[in-house]
Design a protein around this ligand. Structure first.
Ligand SMILES: *[C@@H]1O[C@H](CO)[C@@H](O)[C@H](O)[C@H]1NC(C)=O
Ligand SMILES: *[C@@H]1O[C@H](CO)[C@@H](O)[C@H](O)[C@H]1NC(C)=O
Ligand SMILES: *[C@@H]1O[C@H](CO)[C@@H](O)[C@H](O)[C@H]1NC(C)=O
Length: 391
């Protein structure tokens, strides 16, 4: 192992805080086919042909990358200051020292995937730094990290391997941008079959997230399948993820947010888990948007109600709480809970800025509680979020 250690704020808080809090519960028992009242064919935003995928089209589109680049080059705020903080991060340096690359990594009980996650962020940060500066050293750093893991990793194990795959999505985002914007050809690409990153995604990462779990596990797996399927142009995988998001009553949006009130199904557990799940739903909706689909208004804007409810509570305001509404298998985590939880209240995840910016400036919708929360003194988004999600 390398002795290189990231500063705390280097890995977005969405992942770092909650990762420490997540108690291994069991990602999945199954697969169970999701049976629901309306039938599996009732699913929106499916694709039929590989060419329907838009690239780059996971977390960031070409226009997103251009907006950020222009902001930095023209020295406009908030990009100017965000960039100064961002480029000082160890992971954004072209001198970043990679972790030990392993054939097998694990998350849960035995956890050995930390270096993989850190390297994924460094690959994405270097990709962004390359896009903005066009400095070849950043490009080479990013691609060498992705190729090293892509050609080496064979097994992702452990009780929480699905969350581990989710923690590695920065790799997929980096690869998507490098391939579409930089003409990168992955090591091991061949008409005989990939021995590199694509093959690793398909054979190692995707299988760990196919059997959708509940609540945060579920939505993390859905988001992972969305990202992986875009990179691979896997139509069936994409459609499967869309169905799970919309219709899986344990692991999809309805398993996370009460469509009437916006209460989270883990509001009674702790606010770290609540924010983890909401952040993932937000990012899944952003990915779908980049593919031309609107999950923000799905089911009468359930996501928006969920964001507003928890933004309100985490800014110390009062919200109605229904003790009956809880996640599937809440028994595994001492639920259902009689009261809304104070644990983690006001310890804000970094992604709230992305919610405010998208609702205000793209959807042109007012989200008063999110806006209030994002202006609190104790909310300070990390430089990656400020740089990439400001509009
Ligand atoms: C990378 O390391 C080289 C050689 O030590 C040094 O000259 C350079 O300034 C470093 N670059 C960054 C971005 O830290
Ligand atoms: C949709 O939500 C709004 C509040 O956000 C509510 O006024 C309206 O009645 C809802 N519509 C349906 C069909 O549930
Ligand atoms: C919320 O309440 C806690 C405890 O009283 C306090 O420490 C914190 O500053 C309050 N936060 C806001 C945003 O009012």
């Amino acid at each position: 192992m390398t002795s290189f250690v990231f500063k705390k704020q280097t890995i977005p808080l969405l992942y770092s805080i909650t990762a420490a809090w997540l108690v291994p519960v069991s990602a999945q028992v199954g697969p169970f086919f999701p049976v629901h009242h309306s039938g599996a064919s009732d699913v929106k935003f499916t694709k039929t042909f590989n060419y329907e995928f838009k690239h780059p089209g996971i977390d960031f589109t070409h226009d997103d990358m251009e907006r950020v680049r222009e902001g930095v080059l023209q020295q406009q705020e908030p990009w100017k200051s965000a960039w100064e903080r961002f480029i000082a991060l160890p992971g954004a340096s072209s001198n970043y020292t990679m972790s030990e690359v392993m054939e097998e990594i694990s998350r849960g009980v035995v956890t050995t995937n930390r270096g993989f996650e850190r390297d994924g962020w460094a690959a994405l940060y270097n990709t962004i730094a390359w896009y903005i500066t066009r400095d070849q050293r950043h490009f080479d750093k990013a691609t060498s990290i992705i190729d090293a893991w892509g050609t080496t990793l064979k097994r992702f194990t452990g009780l929480d391997n699905s969350l581990g795959v989710h923690g590695g999505l920065a790799f997929v985002n980096a690869a998507e941008i490098l391939r579409s914007e930089g003409g990168w050809i992955e090591e091991g690409e061949s008409y005989r079959g990939s021995t590199g990153f694509s093959g690793m995604l398909y054979r190692v990462m995707a299988p760990a997230v196919v059997s959708i779990g509940q609540s945060n596990y579920g939505i993390a797996m859905v988001q992972s399948l969305m990202a992986i399927s875009i990179y691979l142009e896997d139509v069936v995988m994409w459609n499967y993820a869309m169905n799970e998001y919309q219709n899986n009553v344990c692991g999809g949006i309805k398993g996370l947010i009460n469509p009437q009130t916006g209460q989270s199904s883990e509001s009674g557990r702790d606010q770290g888990h609540v924010q983890f799940g909401l952040g993932i739903s937000l990012h899944a909706s952003l990915i779908a948007w980049n593919q031309g689909h609107d999950l923000f208004h799905f089911e009468n804007s359930t996501l928006r109600r969920g964001l507003e409810y928890s933004a309100k509570y985490n800014s110390n305001e009062t919200v109605p709480y229904d003790p009956r509404y809880a996640r599937c298998n809440s028994r595994l985590v001492a639920g259902p809970w009689p009261k809304i939880s104070e644990v983690g209240r006001g310890e804000l995840s970094t992604w709230w800025l992305a919610a405010r910016e998208f609702y205000n400036k793209v959807l042109r919708e007012h989200v008063p509680s999110v806006e209030r929360l994002a202006s609190l003194k104790n909310y300070s988004p990390d430089p990656f979020y400020e740089l990439m999600y400001s509009r």
